[in-house]
Unconditional design. Structure first.
Length: 286
């Protein structure tokens, strides 16, 4: 259970998120007067959004408070998260059906069907775990971890969750029509050395792709490195587990597993950054 600090229960985060969406929706009702009106209105909304964020985080966020701040807790928020996760399939379907290849309607329909099927299995599994054997339905992870289930029911839940996660992460078996990437579909080349480099013909896209790739690898200076740095500091400063060979649980505790995971991440990162020049010049693009 998390300790949450709220600011007089005023929904600052909701206002910060909903305000630009609601204000941007009003652009559709503007008369056709050119781009100047729309551009000025957009700048005005962005300035107001910046002022709201500055006020919320400067006057209501306490730097010396270790609790989670400016948080909003509602009973329906978990279900709303699931609904919004599924609604994101609508723009994906439109992109595939309107700007796809020759079989774009077939691919878009197939994508929606098996992704929706995976979401149904996820919903059934979560509701089954939360409702089984309890007078008070709950989705608390600690409570559910201590709950006992029949073996047959556990197998059914496992199969449902496995299929759902395979759909969400894009497992190879379920994503046959996503094998050919955009670059391969355009130039029909599968090797990086045959492409001649993407930085020269499309330098802007190459720059954005490189920055996002480094951020996903959690390299220093990128957004993902903040969370990684906190975990590193937590492991290093731990006097109970870090390199404490006297502890009998040293080789099987979570920190040792974290160390192995981060060593593997460093190894994979090094291979991704230098594999073209050192390891394999014939690396397949996809």
């Amino acid at each position: 259970m998390y300790l949450v600090f709220t600011t007089n229960y005023f929904p600052w985060l909701t206002i910060i998120v909903v305000f630009p969406i609601a204000a941007g929706s009003l652009i559709f009702f503007f008369p056709q007067r050119g781009n100047k009106v729309t551009r000025g209105y957009t700048i005005y909304i962005c300035v107001l959004e910046l002022l709201l964020m500055t006020y919320a985080f400067c006057y209501h966020f306490q730097l010396d408070d270790p609790l989670i701040q400016l948080a909003e807790d509602y009973n329906w928020i978990n279900f709303f998260f699931f609904i919004m996760w599924e609604l994101e399939l609508i723009p994906v379907y439109l992109l595939l059906s309107m700007w796809g290849g020759k079989k774009r309607l077939y691919s878009a329909t197939k994508f929606i069907l098996y992704t929706a099927a995976g979401s149904v299995f996820l919903l059934i599994g979560v509701l089954g775990i939360g409702l089984y054997g309890s007078n008070e339905p709950t989705l608390n992870l600690e409570t559910l971890a201590n709950q006992s289930y029949p073996v047959a029911l556990e197998i059914i839940f496992y199969i449902g969750f496995f299929y759902c996660f395979c759909c969400q992460i894009g497992l190879l078996v379920l994503h046959f029509f996503f094998l050919a990437g955009t670059s391969y579909d355009r130039i029909r080349l599968g090797y990086l050395d045959e492409m001649g480099g993407l930085a020269i013909p499309i330098p802007k896209i190459f720059t954005i792709f490189s920055i996002l790739s480094m951020a996903s690898l959690a390299l220093p200076g990128m957004s993902g490195f903040v969370a990684e740095l906190i975990v590193f500091f937590g492991i290093i400063t731990s006097q109970k587990y870090f390199f404490n060979v006297k502890n009998t649980n040293y080789f099987c505790n979570g920190n040792w597993n974290d160390i192995n995971s981060y060593l593997f991440i460093i190894y994979v990162t090094a291979n991704v950054l230098w594999v073209q020049a050192i390891k394999s010049p014939k690396l397949l693009f996809f």
